[in-house]
Structures are given as C-alpha cells and as structure tokens.
Ligand binder design. Structure first.
Ligand code: KG4
Ligand code: ZN
Length: 905
C-alpha cells in the first residue's frame, strides 16, 4: 500500500507544476512531525515542527502583561491562565500547520523544571491528548530545549559550551549530546532574569512611559541605552569564589540599597520614578553582564584545559530569555573573540520561552530514539531538575584568576557599549536580529540635537554705541526706532524667527504627542469589550462544607481580602470550625492570617480608613474586632441582626454599644423585624439603611433622640428578604435593594415604589453592590452562581455581562478601591478573585450628569403628580404610610409566597 501512495504524490508533483502551497506542505509531512507544548512558567507556547526544523504552525500566548500588573508571577494565576488558554493555543498551532493530530509522530511537552502548577497543566493536557490520539510522548527538560534551539537554526555539532540565562536559571554546561550534558555551574540563589525583573519592579519601571509593557529585563536594556553605568559602581558578585557558579541576590540588594539612598536624596517614595533610572539600569545590566562573562571565561579555560570542546571550532552558545539582551551578547562576543571561540545565539524570539524549542527538542530525541514513551506510560512533572551530570565541584580547587582574565574583563564594558551603538556592526551580524524592545517607540518625539560650543567673547565690539546713553530712556527709544528700520537688522530678526518658530513647533509637537497618547490610553482601556476572568480561587483551608458569608478588601497598598466563613447548616453547633481568613492576593496558596472568633463569622468588614482594623459579626451575636496595631483613635462600627437590633459601637469600648435601636415598628404582635443587610450613607454620616427579612428597608438616623425619631423612613421593597441594601457611593440619596428576582434603585424621598427596577430573567438574587468607581454600574449575585454586571446607562433590560463564576450559590461580593479586581464568595467555601475589564474603573464622559438625569426622570415618573402613570388606589394614600400597615402587608405577602412555594409541584 505505502509505495503506491508515494507514487501518487510524486506523479502529482511532476504533472502539475503549479502545485499550490498545501500540496507542498503535505510533502513535508513525509518527514516526521512533532507537536511541542511549553507551559513551564508564564508562556503557553505550542508549535508543530517537521524533522528538518521547519515550523509548520506556531502559537504563543504570553501572560507577561498580567504578571507585570500583579507585580510578579503568581503561580495560581499563571496556572489559571495556562488552563484557560492551553486548548486554544494547541488548536491554533495545529490549524496553522494544517496538520491533523493523527498525522503527528509524537507530542513533546516540558515536564521539568518550572513552576509546579504551570507544568501540571501542560502535562495533564498532553497526557490526555496522547492517549486520545494514541501518540508517543516525549517529556522535555526546559533547559535542554533552550540549549538545543540553536541546532534547529544552523548546523552546530556537539560538543559545545552553553550559557543559559533566563528567569529561573543561570547555567554553564558542556553539551555533548542530545541528552548528555556536563554541568559546570548554576546559580546559587536567584536567576539573572529574576534579578532584573525584581530590580525593574523596585524601580517601578512599568510606570515609565516607554516600559509599561516590557518585561523587567527588556525595560532595563532599553533604559540602559541612555544611562551612564559609571554613576553606580556595583561590585561584581563572587569575586573571591573561583568556580563557575553564579549569584545575583547580593547584587540585587546592593542595587536596592542604592535605590533607597537615591529615593531619600530625591525626597520621593518607593513607587515613584527616580530621575536616575537610566543610570541604575545601565549599571545593573553592566554588572550582570560582567558577572556572566567572568564565570563563562573560567568555564572556557576549564574546557580548553580538559579538551572538552572541539579544537578546530570551539563554540559558545548563549540562550534563554536574558540572552536576548544585546549588551550581554556584546560582552560575551568580546570574551569569545579574545579566547578564540565562536559565539552563537538564537534570535530573541527563540531565546525567550516558546513552543518551537520544545518541539525541536522532541525532534532531536525522536531522531535518536531517546526518551520516547508510549501514550499510557506514567510521567510526573519535576519542578526542580538539574541539567546533566554535575561537575561544578571540580572548580573549587582550580584557581584561574589570571592577569589575562582581568585585563580582558576591564575592557569589556566600554567595548560592548561601543558595539551596541554601532548600527553597522549590528546589522552585519547574522546572529543578532533586532531586540524585542520598541525602537523609536510611539511615545518618543525626537527633537533636533543641540550642539553646545563653549567660547569666549571680546567685549571691544557690541554694547551700546558711544552716542547712546543706556540710562537715558529717550536715547534708547530713538536708537531702537532707527535700528528697526535698518535692513540688516530686519534680515537677522527674520532669520531668528524661523529658528524660534521651529523650536516652538517642536515643543508643541511634544505636548501634542503627550496629549494624544494620554487619550489613546484611556480610549483603548474603556473601549475594550467587557470581560471578566477568574484569576485565582482561594479555598477554605479547612475543606469543610462552609459558605463565604462576607468579603472585604483592605484599602492598604498590599492587596488583602478578608473572608468570613461559616457552615451552611443552621443552627450551627458549637464544635464547628470557627476560623475565618485573610488572604494576600499575591499569595493565594495559604492565608495570610487566620481569624479565630468565639463563634463563626457571618459578616466581616475592614475599616475603610484603616486597614489594620477588621470588625466581624458572629453567629452567637457577638461583635468582634481585630486590630493589628495599638490604636487609640475612636472608630465607630454599626451592627444589625435578625433580632431587629441596630447597635452603634466604639471599638475601644466593646463591652457596651454607644447607642441602640430596636426595629420594633409596632403592629398587632409588636414583634421586631429581623434585619439582614445594612448600608451606610457614607462613613462620615449618621444615616443608615437596614434591609429586613420581611422585605422592608428601614432608613435610620443615629442622631434621632427617641426610637421613633431614629426611624426616618420605611420602604416596602421586596416580598422576600432584602439580601442587600446599599447607598450609591456617588448619589447617597439613592440606594439599591436586591431580593426576590430583581434589583431596584430607590430614592430617599419616594417610599412607595422604586424609581428603577432591573430583572434578569427569573434568576433568584442573593446579593448586589454598587461599583465604587462608576455611578451607573452595579453587580448582582444569583442562586445559580452567576455574576451579572449592569451598566444602567448602557442597557436596562439585561446585564452588560453575565458570567458563570461557580456551580454553587454566590453569596458574597467585595470590590477593592483600586485595580480591576473583585471577589465573589460561594456557599461552597470558594473565594473567586476576578479580573474585570479596565473600562469598569473609569467613568464615561458625563457619566454623573447622565445618571442624575436618569434618576430625576425615574423620580418624576414615580412622584405623586406624575402624568405618566395613573395613580392607583394605593398611591392616593398619604405618602407617610402607617408602619403597622406596612408590616402587616409584608407579613401577608410573606405567608402568601411561602404558601405558593409549598403548594408548587
Ligand atoms: O527564558 P524565559 O522566557 O523564561 C524562563 O524560562 O524563565 O526568560 C524570561 C526572562 C525574564 O526574566 C525577562 O526579564 C528576561 O528573560 N529577559 C531579558 C530580556 N528579555 C527578556 N533580560 C534582559 N534583557 C532582555 N532584553
Ligand atoms: Zn525558559
């Protein structure tokens, strides 16, 4: 069968010369095809390669932007993003390659070393894939893949020396075969990429207009181009340790100290940009380069002494993300030229993580038949895994700090800088394609260079003529008039005009461009289509059946979220776990703090002005507060409970409330209403709104002298319980209520009916809250785990976005005061951290006035004199209804509803 098939192809080729590209690629399929999958860190990379190294299809999803925003890689976030994208990225690469899974010869996937959570996603996906399609599986060592990438691009025979520098590694090794490495040195603490990323973060380079989207290493490289490294003479690490290992942690603390000193000198705080960032970047990059070069030089001498490299054509390969750095490449070029080696680097896009290098490693192993597993063989990922045989200990006895070494290295810095600035030399180099930094980026405006010449002036000429007395005003004006008619004066003035005009235009151009880009940023942000993404899930560490009753974000700089946990089953027994937790958003794996109240928490709230203080309401009726500092400031907390009490507390004296109110509205049975939700006007105001189990909202003012005076309004808002009530942060006269199947917006002055009501189908709501950033936006939670985001200026009939957040009931929500984040809690004990689109943070043009108009319109329609609605019998009653009547009505409604539910099939 097979030969016949080949023949058919062959004939086709010769008969039809205008063969199209799909046929040509199909020819390539006669060579074996490998699918490569990379998820070891923060890039989901996939590629399909043939045996010759031709890339048939590739797809790369970088998480860089997300991690830049969160200030570093959060493993759980990386995992979630890999999980979300892996299938899409694999399909994209396959579709682009035109290769069906059945045509693949093998699947190669990174299984070591890397972030456990990230490796897990790639491995899990691959295992399923190879089983499904019955394909061999090739587990890949990420650093081996970095080392071999160069062999895909050009012929590089073994053995060669390789320096691998990335975000997680710094390795010197001799590559002797596809799976045969001698490890000469590695980093003892941090990797160079990690150190560069941390320095960049400490310098807040994402705030630099040219660096906002660059990785730390890229940002440092870009800024270093116009910096003076001599301004910060950092010490090269490990000067007295004569081996090939690396260390970057000490260097980083040297740099941090210098930054702190400079911040003090310039009187600025951490988080603001120093004026000398370019110089610090240049010095950092230089010291990293020199450290790498010094250790590599030692390795070269060692390899030569021991005949480990080819004597005709000894080669040093430089790869890994940090190898994209042109300054580091130049530094090593100086070294290799001096020592007679050839330096080879893959282009930057193959230096940083990608799927191609993994697929290529698969090809190399497939060719040699090394490490190929059957689809059902068990494989585990290994977060830590050395590369090859470790012979680094051999160096401890071998001191090779020769005079030659020092002489070469002292000249390195200046030469590499010169090389970097010489475009001719750069263009000639085959192995140095352009770096991934935006050259002549959009935000720069290049003005003409001004050349300054220092010179003296002979004062014999110039000054006022002899016959003019400079003190005499009349003399001067006469002289001026005469001069202004002088032809030569007019000509020189006109000439000056054009120069001045040019300068003014240049300045304007700078301002204009700044303005343009200011707008561009806003426009792109707010015009992004709505989205939310689950970044991570914080789980109940006790793994019990407990619900997240309340969530609250701290307002401090480090993002913390507190969650109140208690069981779903009432009544709660006294043996039940009472712990609740605070998480640092950047460290989701374990809680930052465990709160241990005397009884499980049903509510929990950070003080909005002081995030050292947390107050919670317990199931046993106690109010508890946590203060991580000794605080003497009076802080008031308000609580309400199902026994109908509203209590005001001074948290310095918790033995007794400072004020109290029983929500007893009279009525036949004179029983208090049960309060379940609470909303404040604002933290300075004494007015609050309380939502009750009976579907009423009661507006109270602490300043009232008698209980009757304290109750200032009663609103019949729902049939069932009012699960949420909250004043609009921008319009405190308006509040929203959620319960039954709808959210309503009310006006203080209209008690009978809401001014607006919103429904999304028949979903039963369990909570709601306003956006702290936009007066027209609110969020609702529902029984079926859906979060709805409403923008009432945009759409009133349905939410702007509905997201299924979990499979259980959503029961709590909280939004931090900064950043595009929010959290929702479920009855399953999960706290979902969501990222929302940035447009949700910035009000639209005129948003406030548009919302005001909408509210006024609603009020007009609902007010007694409204023309739009025929006043019903009820409406004709006095606006101030009898509270007893309201209670009775609420009770009637409640019983009717429970009756209906009971009798429903
Ligand atoms: O190999 P890679 O993509 O991921 C790991 O395996 O770690 O390397 C990423 C690292 C990051 O730390 C990044 O800052 C650094 O490579 N990097 C650079 C440059 N481009 C990326 N470092 C210095 N200069 C660059 N141009
Ligand atoms: Zn890497």
């Amino acid at each position: 069968m097979l030969p016949a098939n080949i023949k058919i192809m062959w004939r086709l080729f010769h008969r039809r010369r205008t063969l199209d590209i799909t046929l040509l690629t199909r020819k390539a399929h006669y060579s074996r095809l490998v699918l490569g999958i990379e998820t070891s860190c923060d890039d989901t990379g996939v590629a399909v390669l043939d045996e010759t190294g031709a890339i048939l299809g590739e797809s790369l999803y970088s998480q860089k932007e997300v991690h830049l925003r969160t200030g570093g890689i959060i493993p759980t976030v990386a995992q979630q993003l890999h999980r979300e994208s892996i299938e899409v990225v694999v399909n994209e690469a396959l579709v682009r390659s035109g290769v069906a899974p059945s045509q693949l010869s093998a699947v190669a996937t990174t299984v070591k070393p890397g972030l456990a959570l990230s490796l897990g996603i790639g491995l899990e996906f691959s295992k399923k894939f190879v089983r499904e399609h019955n394909k061999p599986f090739i587990p890949i060592h990420h650093m081996e893949a970095h080392a071999l990438t160069i062999r895909m691009l050009q012929s590089v025979p073994f053995p060669f020396l390789v320096l691998l520098v990335s975000g997680g590694h710094s390795i010197l090794a001799v590559a002797r075969g596809v799976d045969d490495f001698l490890l000469l040195g590695y980093t003892l603490d941090e990797a160079p990429g990690d150190a560069l990323d941390k320095v960049a973060r400490r310098l807040s380079l994402t705030k630099h207009p040219n660096c906002s989207t660059l990785s730390g290493g890229q940002a440092i490289e870009l800024l270093a181009r116009s910096g003076d490294r001599r301004k910060f003479p950092f010490r090269t690490p490990m000067g007295r340790i004569y081996d090939c290992c690396f260390s970057f942690a000490g260097l980083r603390s040297q740099i941090t100290n210098s930054i702190m000193k400079k911040e003090a000198e310039e009187g600025i705080e951490q988080g603001m940009l120093l004026s000398c960032v370019n110089d610090i970047a240049a010095a950092t990059q230089h010291t990293v380069a020199v450290h790498l070069a010094k250790r590599t030089h030692r390795a070269i001498l060692f390899c030569k002494d021991n005949g480990l490299l080819s004597s005709e054509d000894p080669i040093l390969v430089l790869s890994g993300g940090v190898a994209s750095n042109q300054y580091i490449r130049n530094t090593l070029t100086v070294l290799t030229e001096k020592t007679g080696l050839r330096l080879l680097c893959p282009p930057p896009r193959f230096c940083t993580d990608n799927g191609v290098m993994i697929a290529w490693n698969g090809v190399e192993r497939l060719r040699e038949g090394k490490g190929i597993l059957s689809p059902n063989e068990d494989v585990c990922y290994e977060p830590k895994a050395p590369l090859g045989v470790d012979i680094s200990a051999k160096f401890t006895s071998c001191d090779i700090t020769s005079a030659e070494l020092n002489q070469i290295l002292s000249s390195i810095g200046d030469r590499s800088k010169k090389m970097e600035n010489s475009p001719k030399k750069q263009n000639n180099r085959k192995d140095q394609p352009g770096q991934a930094c935006p050259e002549g980026s959009d935000q720069q405006v290049n003005t003409d260079q001004t050349e300054l010449i220092s010179c003296g002036m002979n004062h014999v000429e110039g000054g006022w003529p002899k016959d003019v007395d400079p003190q005499n005003v009349e003399h001067i004006s006469r002289f001026r008039k005469r001069k202004e008619r002088d032809e030569s004066y007019i000509n020189s003035a006109i000439q000056l005009c054009s120069i001045t005009e040019n300068s003014i235009k240049q300045n304007e151009a700078i301002e204009i461009s700044e303005k343009i880009f200011e707008d561009v940023e806003n426009v792109t942000e707010s015009h992004q289509p709505p989205f939310t993404k689950i970044m991570t899930v914080f789980r109940d560490p006790m793994q019990l059946q407990r619900a997240v009753r309340a969530l609250s974000w701290s307002t401090s700089e480090s993002m913390k979220v507190a969650a109140a946990f208690s069981s779903n089953k009432f009544p709660l027994s006294s043996e039940m776990c009472k712990d609740s937790y605070v998480w640092d958003v950047e460290k989701s794996h374990s809680p930052l703090m465990v709160l241990k109240p005397s009884s499980p928490l049903l509510s929990l709230e950070y003080n909005p002005n002081d995030s050292t203080c947390l107050v919670g309401g317990c199931y046993n009726g106690r109010i508890v507060y946590w203060d991580t500092r000794e605080s003497s400031r009076p802080v008031e907390a308000i609580s309400t409970s199902t026994d109908g009490q509203v209590l005001w507390w001074d948290i310095r004296k918790m033995n007794e409330p400072t004020d109290r109110l029983l929500l007893d509205l009279g009525g036949d049975r004179s029983c208090p209403v049960g309060a379940i939700s609470l909303g404040l006007n604002n933290i300075m105001n004494t007015k609050i709104v309380v939502g009750t189990q009976q579907g009423l909202v009661i507006s109270c003012d602490k300043n009232g002298k008698t209980p009757a005076e304290k109750i200032i309004g009663i609103y019949k808002t729902n049939k069932g319980p009012v699960y949420a009530v909250q004043k609009n942060p921008f319009f405190p006269r308006n509040f929203l209520t959620a319960g039954d199947g709808s959210v309503s917006v009310w006006s203080d002055s209209i008690k009978k009916s809401p001014i607006m009501t919103f429904r999304n189908g028949i979903q039963y709501l369990t909570g709601a809250c306003w956006s702290p950033f936009r007066p027209s936006v609110f969020f609702t939670l529902s029984l079926d785990g859906i979060l709805d985001i409403w923008d009432i200026l945009f759409k009133q009939t349905s939410p702007t976005l509905s997201v299924k957040v979990c499979d259980s009931v959503l029961c709590s929500v909280s939004i931090p005061n900064a950043g595009p984040l929010m959290t929702c809690g479920s009855t399953n004990g999960e706290v979902m951290l969501l990222k929302v689109w940035p447009g949700l943070l910035t009000p639209r043009n005129n948003e406030s006035s548009l919302v005001t108009a909408l509210i006024e319109n609603g009020e007009k329609q609902q007010s007694p004199g409204s023309q739009i609605e025929e006043p019903s019998e009820e409406d004709e009653e006095d606006e101030e209804e009898d509270p007893r009547e309201l209670i009775a009505e609420a009770e009637r409604d409640f019983y009717r509803m429970t009756e209906e539910e009971r009798s429903a099939p």
